[in-house]
Design a protein. Structure first.
Length: 447
């Protein structure tokens, strides 16, 4: 009977929450990467060099890092529904306003503000999922909305380049300006929808039966107790956890590749031959399309085995090999195929990362832990796009930039293999002895 309640409850939760979170993530990622497509025309029209474009791509992450921890703590205080809605409304407004940049300074300011307004979104959603999904369902749940980033990159190319091509000249605006406007407005609409339909926690869900609410709340509470319940952890204690820094450094290295590659992917593809913007858009869709497949397969395998570390090492190791091979490819076709292989693996680590990050602590300490991990990791986003721009500026080619990305992915692979993800004994002082057995700790097989 309990198994039947569990299965039906989790099906309802997944079907209720995932469509909205998927839509949020889709436009979140689209509003981050669409400057890569805008650059096909915008850079020439406004006179932006590769170094200027790369710095604008990176300064987003500085704003994001600046308010990441405060934003996530405010989410814990005011509630996910209201705070996530605020994030959506403000980031959508800034994303649309990017249509009106006119020089490098205005470009830098709006990209910085986009990071400020978006700060806390991804870790906030990760915290929100801990209120709804037990650990054994969490990687699939995270994958269910993280995968929207891949779909965004898949559809973002064709959508963005089509808007740029056919919107050019309407009401005196360039195509890339219409692209920013029409891809920023949906985030604001989602903010209004979030206020109306998002449910804060299972106890408030009118769409669950009483016995389903009771099962879900009791299951999640037992897991919180296994992590120390509502035991107070100071921020210094969170910051002193080696697991936090290991995971942050791992994902930071991965983000050098993820954002370094995909913000520049349209221009990398353009450099492989004489292609129109729409052709570039469709060819740029294939690597993230394969990323959807990789995310699905790796997430299911990770949940089935309970392993996160080896799966992370595998996806980043394969990504490093593929992108390094692309730099040395003898012709553009092989180079493009290897970029597609990179896409297959590089996205697949994201749900594993968020599953690990959300398993370290609960309550306010959990929110601070996730925010701190993500804040430190965003240094990778800061380094990736800018470094590629500088290398491209200096050499006129992408080969050395791709090798730099591969090196960071190798470091991520090594960290994944050696890091510890189980808590220290001192963090389990308040947990009853029967609950400290490794088999009762979330993801305990990743020692």
């Amino acid at each position: 009977m309990t198994d039947a309640i569990e299965a039906e409850t989790m099906r309802k939760v997944y079907r209720r929450l995932m469509p909205l979170l998927f839509a949020m993530m889709f436009f979140n990622y689209l509003d981050r990467i669409n400057i890569g497509f805008a650059a096909l025309d915008m850079n020439k029209q406004l006179g932006f060099s590769p170094a200027v474009f790369g710095f604008a791509g990176s300064i987003f992450f500085f704003g994001y890092m600046l308010l990441e921890v405060p934003s996530n703590l405010l989410l814990h205080r005011v509630g996910a529904r209201r705070w996530i809605a605020r994030i959506l409304l403000t980031w959508g407004a800034v994303a649309a306003a990017t249509a009106f940049v006119f020089n490098d300074s205005s470009f830098y300011i709006l990209r910085f503000l986009l990071g400020v307004m978006e700060a806390g979104f991804l870790p906030g959603v990760a915290v929100y999922l801990t209120k709804w999904f037990p650990v054994r369902y969490r990687a699939r749940a995270v994958g269910g909305y993280i995968i929207a980033g891949s779909f965004s990159a898949v559809l973002g190319g064709p959508i963005s380049t089509t808007l740029m091509t056919y919107g050019n000249g309407i009401l005196g605006l360039n195509g890339w300006q219409w692209m920013f406007i029409l891809e920023g407005v949906p985030a604001m609409l989602l903010g209004l929808l979030t206020l109306r339909i998002m449910t804060e926690r299972p106890a408030e869900a009118a769409w669950l039966r009483p016995e389903q609410k009771q099962w879900l709340e009791s299951t999640l509470e037992a897991e919180r107790e296994a992590l120390g319940g509502q035991t107070h952890f100071s921020f210094l204690r969170v910051a002193g956890d080696i697991r936090v820094w290991s995971l942050a450094c791992l994902f930071g290295c991965a983000l050098v590749g993820i954002y370094g590659l995909f913000l520049w992917l349209p221009q990398i593809v353009k450099s492989l031959g004489h292609l129109s913007n729409i052709e570039v858009g469709f060819l740029s869709a294939v690597p993230p399309l394969l990323g959807v497949l990789g995310t699905f397969l790796i997430s299911r395998s990770s949940d089935r085995t309970g392993d996160r570390k080896k799966h992370l090492a595998f996806v980043y190791g394969m990504s490093a090999l593929a992108i390094a091979g692309s730099a040395y490819a003898p012709n553009p076709v092989i180079a493009y195929i290897l970029l597609c292989v990179t896409g297959l693996f590089i996205y697949a680590g994201n749900p594993l990362f968020w599953s690990l990050a959300s398993s370290f602590r609960s309550g306010a300490a959990g929110a601070a832990t996730i925010a701190l991990i993500n804040t430190v990791a965003q240094v990778g986003g800061l380094v990736g796009p800018w470094s590629i721009g500088l290398v491209r500026n200096a050499t006129g080619k992408f080969d050395l930039a791709l090798l730099t990305i591969a090196a960071f992915l190798v470091i991520a692979t090594i960290i994944a293999l050696v890091m510890r993800v189980t808590p220290r004994e001192s963090d389990l002082d308040s947990v009853p002895p029967s609950d400290t057995h490794p088999e009762n700790l979330p993801i305990s097989r990743n020692t």
